[in-house]
Design a protein around this ligand. Structure first.
Ligand SMILES: NC(=O)c1ccc[n+]([C@@H]2O[C@H](COP(=O)([O-])OP(=O)(O)OC[C@H]3O[C@@H](n4cnc5c(N)ncnc54)[C@H](OP(=O)(O)O)[C@@H]3O)[C@@H](O)[C@H]2O)c1
Length: 257
């Protein structure tokens, strides 16, 4: 059975990916901080789908998190890697806690890139493998009141597009999945009021996001934005001056404080 490694597997989009791969009978490695949640989820998947699982509790907001996770996997062949763990924050940069912001950047940028660099060489040597990095619609434009977050997701998109080009002809593919508002605990963790930030009815389900991501991953598509409305949003910086898009984004988010 092929093996998939999923970071941020304990909830939201990551948990939706675990369900999807369990239905396909993959061996699943689940990683995030919450060991209890991971074990509960793994037992549930084993019982419902008879899949084998491995759980690794790790804090990827720590500088050595990526390495600690990879060391636990040294005997595993990773066929698919869902590089998903991430978090957000909300507020003017000068009002936010600098330490929490650094931890978010460690998680969203440094650990994501470090894990990619640890997993990729084996895949290239074997001539097979698929990787999905989770970005966001904010990967495409600056987002006042989420300045570090949107910059971290711009990094994910740029990194993925560049590496996708490097990987041509290697048998390995990489995809950036860039969702818009999705119904997960993301808003709560980022201290945002979900009711204010997005119309709950307009949020896409994490299952739908994972399905769209999976299809793009298997096609080896470099970038996918789930949903027409979200895709149109990502095209705004192409159609309008960047300064104008930033101003509009700010006025929309400021009203949601
Ligand atoms: N929801 C949205 O509207 C939305 C939109 C665009 C992009 N995204 C992106 O989608 C990805 C998944 O987010 P989600 O919406 O599914 O949110 P979520 O439900 O809050 O899930 C986040 C996952 O990341 C894990 N995680 C958080 N901090 C971690 C850390 N320090 N070390 C290891 N794992 C950690 C969490 O598990 P533990 O708490 O157990 O560690 C959880 O499994 C993120 O990269 C996010 O930026 C979300």
């Amino acid at each position: 059975m092929p093996t998939v490694l999923i970071t941020g597997a304990s909830s939201g989009i990551g948990a939706a990916f675990t369900e999807l791969f369990a239905k396909l009978r993959y061996r699943i490695i689940l990683a995030s901080r919450d060991e209890g949640k991971l074990n509960h989820l793994a037992t549930d998947l084993q019982q419902r789908y008879s899949v084998t699982t491995l759980t690794v509790a790790v804090d990827l907001a720590q500088a050595d998190g990526a390495l600690l996770l990879y060391e636990r996997l040294h005997e595993e062949q990773i066929d698919i890697f869902i590089n998903n763990a991430g978090c957000g924050s909300f507020g003017f940069l000068h009002e936010l806690d600098a330490r929490s912001e650094q931890q978010m950047l460690q998680l969203n940028v440094m650990s994501l890139s470090h894990l990619l660099m640890l997993v990729l060489p084996d895949m290239v040597r074997r001539g097979s493998g698929r990787i999905l990095n989770v970005g966001s619609t904010t990967s495409f434009y600056p987002c006042p009141l989420s300045a570090n977050y949107s910059a971290s997701k711009a990094f994910v998109l740029s990194l993925t597009e560049a590496v996708a080009s490097e990987l041509q002809g290697t048998g390995v593919s990489i995809t950036a999945l860039c969702p818009g508002g999705t119904g997960t605990s993301f808003f709560q963790s980022a201290n945002m009021d979900e009711q204010k930030v997005a119309d709950p009815k307009a949020l896409m389900s994490p299952d739908k996001v994972a399905q769209i991501g999976y299809k793009a991953l298997m096609r080896g598509q470099a970038v996918v934005v789930p949903g027409m409305q979200n895709w149109l949003l990502t095209q705004a910086p192409r159609l309008f001056p960047r300064r104008f898009v930033t101003r509009i984004t700010r006025s929309v988010l400021e009203r949601k404080r």
